[in-house]
Design a protein around this ligand. Structure first.
Ligand SMILES: Cc1cc2nc3c(=O)[nH]c(=O)nc-3n(C[C@H](O)[C@H](O)[C@H](O)COP(=O)(O)OP(=O)(O)OC[C@H]3O[C@@H](n4cnc5c(N)ncnc54)[C@H](O)[C@@H]3O)c2cc1C
Length: 419
């Protein structure tokens, strides 16, 4: 019998038989040792079954909190399950920042890193790139620390897809706190992006383009610029600066979004689109995202504009972002800068499931890698060639988890089929 717990979107009821909530590392180790099938839950924001199991689920929420800043190393060591928004407050108070955040501050650090979650910016890699070291409880209950530049397994373990063990602590790189200004622009023609792609995407610290793939235009562009950069122009590549705060979803309250209109503010209140105390996005939605190599970005977007009439009826909005390359084996951006083509769908899986294969076929020439935490129907054999370090990752799974305790249906179908 299941535990009747669901993911954030409510589109998945976990099929686990029990939810474990250890209160100490020893209790956690004991729980892992005793369990024969186990998955760890983050903040449950993934839309697919990557965190599901027919065995037991384990949540780290009852573990004692820790935030230890090391000013000499400029790092912070924290509980892996902490939410970005909760970590950002003590960091800001101490004069530090993380280099980037995702669109929402509600997700857990490790859930985000395990699935290669990203924000935006030509020079900003995935959030997982900030991980300098991690502590992990392996299937036999033993504890390992893996450190960047010291342990060969480190680059395999950070985007670990929940497949290697229970990550309990993370050490993250910090940067000095910084301020940003956010300005929304309306109606950017795709032709402008085609002509000025580099200039547009590099024009801000972080930039998001929103469209419904109709009319070859982007309804909104969210530009997050360093506070000391030149003030926003009223007209920019043919797009007009908004004169009031906006939500990117028509009809949703702008109060849920972070401050706009070029008012300077700290990184933690500008990098996410949504405020911590408010509902992120719509709350009633499904999501998909395909990461395509940056050099194919314009062709891939052109291909999606051709499908606009099929996509728009089930779409709330689409967001386009740029992500710099990293060195993490299972990251979609492994040694490859990418552009993320994201879809916030209406909450109607049968309708979304119809349209996904059409999008995937359209993007096929551009080597699309699906976001690990979102919905896709691409067959695993299409993904294998896109992950050159997959054989090493599979060896790592066998080494750390020889009995397959952390395997689940998602990993078995996806990774096994990727050969
Ligand atoms: C409204 C919304 C907005 C989003 N915005 C973005 C965005 O801007 N950019 C982006 O890239 N993605 C975005 N996402 C996707 C989201 O970042 C990912 O799905 C992410 O994995 C969610 O983290 P989580 O903590 O909820 O993880 P979960 O969904 O709970 O778990 C994800 C994976 O992490 C593993 N895991 C969790 N804890 C541990 C642990 N302690 N040790 C080992 N493995 C663990 C799980 O087993 C699972 O495999 C968004 C999702 C939502 C709902």
């Amino acid at each position: 019998m299941g535990i009747a717990e669901t993911n954030w979107a409510g589109n998945l009821t976990y099929s686990a038989t029990r939810l474990l909530r250890p209160r100490s590392l020893e209790e956690l180790q004991e729980g892992v040792r005793r369990s024969s099938k186990l998955k760890v839950l983050g903040s449950r924001h993934s839309f697919n079954s990557i965190a599901d199991t027919s065995g037991e689920l384990l949540s780290l929420e009852a573990m004692p909190p820790e935030v230890s800043i090391n000013p000499q190393e400029r790092t912070v060591t924290v509980n892996a399950w902490m939410r970005y928004g909760e970590l950002a407050l003590p960091l800001e108070a101490a004069g530090y920042a993380l280099f980037n955040l995702a669109s929402l501050p509600h997700i857990s650090l490790i859930g985000a890193c395990a699935t290669a979650t990203h924000g935006s910016g030509d020079t900003n890699p995935s959030l997982a790139s900030a991980v300098r070291a991690l502590e992990m409880v392996l299937a036999d209950g033993s504890v390992v620390w893996l450190r960047r530049g010291q342990d060969w397994a480190f680059e395999g373990a950070v985007v670990g897809l929940g497949a290697l063990g229970v990550v309990t602590r993370l050490t993250l790189d910090l940067v000095p706190s910084f301020a940003l200004r956010q300005r929304v622009y309306l109606d950017l023609p795709f032709s402008q992006l085609e002509q000025h792609f580099e200039a547009i995407t590099s024009s801000a610290y972080s930039l998001s383009l929103f469209t419904d793939w109709r009319g070859r235009r982007f309804a909104q562009v969210w530009r997050k610029s360093l506070a000391d950069s030149a003030p926003a122009e009223p007209i920019w590549f043919g797009a007009k600066a908004a004169t009031e705060p906006l939500h990117m979803l028509p009809g949703c309250p702008p109060q849920n979004t972070t401050p706009q209109l070029d008012v300077p503010g700290p990184w933690l209140e500008r990098l996410p689109h949504f405020r911590l105390g408010h509902t992120p996005s719509n709350g009633e939605e499904l999501q998909s995202e395909y990461l395509v190599p940056r050099q194919h970005a314009l062709e891939a977007m052109g291909a999606l504009f051709e499908l606009g009439d099929q996509i728009a009826p089930v779409l709330q909005t689409s967001e386009v972002r740029t992500i710099a390359a990293d060195h993490l084996w299972m990251s979609p951006y492994y040694q490859q800068p990418c552009v993320g083509l994201h879809f916030t769908w209406v909450k109607d899986w049968p309708a979304v499931r119809e349209v996904l294969p059409r999008i995937e076929a359209q993007l096929r020439p551009f080597s699309p890698r699906p976001h690990w935490g979102k919905l896709f129907t691409l067959p695993p054999e299409a993904l294998g060639p896109l992950y050159p370090r997959l054989p090493e990752f599979q060896r790592l799974m066998k080494t750390y988890d020889p009995e397959g305790k952390f395997q689940n249906a998602f990993l078995e179908q996806t990774l096994r089929g990727m050969h």
